[in-house]
Design a protein around this ligand. Structure first.
Ligand SMILES: [Zn+2]
Length: 263
């Protein structure tokens, strides 16, 4: 691809929050609008919160039936994971076999060296006393579980629950301002934003899918809604690639005849 010293720079784009790690842009060949592709890393202060938002959205879209909180969870991720796994296994042994979870750990606000697990559940109703006894037997504190009542409120609540992911990170700006809290959140969760058991994610038609498939379906839906006919004019280009050279490259790829002096 040819380069052009006058190609648009990041400063010329209308978006104020751009992934600082990205090496490529998405360029609209018709309008010239461009913005950086995301690096998609959870550790990136622009992409991390966006990842959290998409995960929370995909979780809410799965329409879980209940919200839950586990307390007195260890702050070491491996220990926390083991305890929570034991709780789920014990519940399965007790007959609660249909029990899919998605959760994130959040540091205990009291400042003790403990965490809470905030999550959402699909499956069989688990009475509070049963859950409490199983948690107690596995070294966890008093849990909370409740039905998500109405669909609209449930959706909001689901996002809020999944949104332990939002701890201090409601936006990329927040993530930068609360860098320590965001880093701690990720460390507490083993570098991930959310955890889920197999079968948790569902599409609007009820089909059970992986988290990746749920998010791809969501993104496809959003892109179809927003771009409509324009979908085909977006192209991934290098930072230095100008609009004219991107257009010419596209034409070459398509095999369309071009003039002798395209630039
Ligand atoms: Zn990024």
């Amino acid at each position: 691809m040819s380069q052009n010293a006058e190609s648009p720079t990041q400063e010329s784009t209308p978006l104020s929050l751009q992934c600082p790690r990205s090496r490529f842009d998405l360029l609209n060949l018709r309008t010239g609008v461009r913005f950086p592709l995301r690096c998609k890393s959870n550790r990136c202060f622009v992409c991390g919160p966006l990842n959290a938002r998409m995960i929370a959205w995909a979780q809410a879209r799965s329409e879980p039936e209940r919200i839950f909180r586990l307390s007195n969870v260890p702050t070491d991720w491996d220990q926390a994971r083991r305890r929570i796994k034991q709780v789920r296994e014990r519940l399965t042994d007790l007959g609660y076999r249909q029990n899919e979870w998605a959760f994130s750990l959040e540091p205990n606000p009291s400042g003790e060296d403990k965490a809470h697990a905030h999550g959402v559940q699909h499956g069989t109703f688990i009475p509070q006393p049963v859950l409490q006894e199983v948690c107690h037997a596995n070294g966890l504190g008093i849990p909370y579980i409740a039905a998500i009542k109405s669909a609209p409120a449930g959706t909001a609540y689901g996002v809020k629950a999944a949104g332990a992911a939002f701890y201090g990170v409601k936006s990329a700006k927040d993530a930068r301002e609360h860098q320590d809290a965001y880093e701690r959140f990720l460390d507490l969760n083993g570098g991930r934003i959310s955890h889920h058991t197999r079968g948790f994610y569902r599409l609007p038609n009820g089909e059970q899918v992986t988290q990746g498939e749920a998010i791809r379906h969501l993104v496809d839906q959003v892109q179809t809604d927003r771009q409509g006919q324009e979908q085909d004019v977006w192209q991934v280009v290098g930072k230095q690639t100008s609009l004219p050279s991107a257009r010419v490259s596209k034409l070459r790829v398509l095999g369309t005849p071009i003039g002798s002096r395209p630039l």
